[in-house]
Design a protein around this ligand. Sequence first.
Ligand code: YSA
Length: 335
Amino acid sequence: MVDLEALEAEARASLAEAGDEAGLDSWRVEWLGRRGRLTAVLRGVRDLPAEERPLIGAGANRLKGELEDAVTARRAELLAAASDGPALDVTLPGRRPPMGSLHPITLTRRMMERTFRDMGFDVVEGPDVELEEYNFDRLRIPAGHPARDMWDTMWVADDGSGGPRQLLRTHTSPMQIRYLERRQPPIRVIVPGTCYRYEATDATHEWMLTQIEGLVIDEDLSFAHLKGTLEAFVRRVFGAEIETRFRCDYFPFVEPGAELGVRWQGDWLEVLGCGMVHPEIIEDAGLDPDRFTGFAFGMGVERVAMLRYGVRDIRHFYRNDIRFLSEFDQFRGSA
Ligand code: YSA
């Protein structure tokens, strides 16, 4: 008669010796495989004397199930030993899926928009691909004018159709003209958007940058309104302690023109150009320049972000280095 107990003892002893996956496989072949030893016992049941059949048959089937469980348990044991601990430690904290966060320029742009909204400005957007006419000519920068050199331009390839020349806008100022075509004073609007310049990059210059254009047109506006508005903005964004300076600057579409600088690392960082809207621009919009005056400005969002977050090199913003960008996770809720 088949000694199932002895068979079980032998199978379990040899399973305990299997030390890896290959050992488990050959054990399984030896005992439970098609030509395995236990399989042979099960196959032989039908040849046994009738009175032995039920006992051996049931016992061998039970043993088969138990050995299946035993090999599964042995595999878990080996895995746990390999990872130097239990296979599943339910006391470990869960792994958080990476969440991502808003880009620092998006955070800064939204903060600036909110500040201007609070000051009563509307927010509109304009096209990145612009007509030469709006980017230059109608801002009093005709072809050949030396001021075109200030904005090294990326042109859109001519498609040969004889249509007007197109470019990637070098600043957000063309939206002054587009907005004046559609709206009547009083006007108080900002235009955030991306601009492109064919220029070498350095710590404070990128070839792709974000500007926020501002345009205010009404009766009796003076340079004092311009200064007051921009200083109020800068103090709200950087705090009352911030040191600022206005200096004369030249832009063909304003008269007079200025730039605003902010103290940065012991030096001055220019954050915006501005001025009183040139009377010819007001007149071209069909308005009486003796009655309506206004001011405008164009500020660099990357420059504001540098000051706000203490970033020393503008090029970090668009390098897509996750180590730099994840620093801004802490501001996730502040947009
Ligand atoms: C001036 C008068 C107005 O009535 C209205 C707008 C302006 C601004 C003008 N359109 C302009 O683009 N002037 S600017 O060339 O001096 O740029 C304005 C601001 O954009 C700069 O002060 C700076 O903050 C940012 N900027 C310019 N070039 C940049 C840049 N930021 C990063 N990289 C660059 N390459």
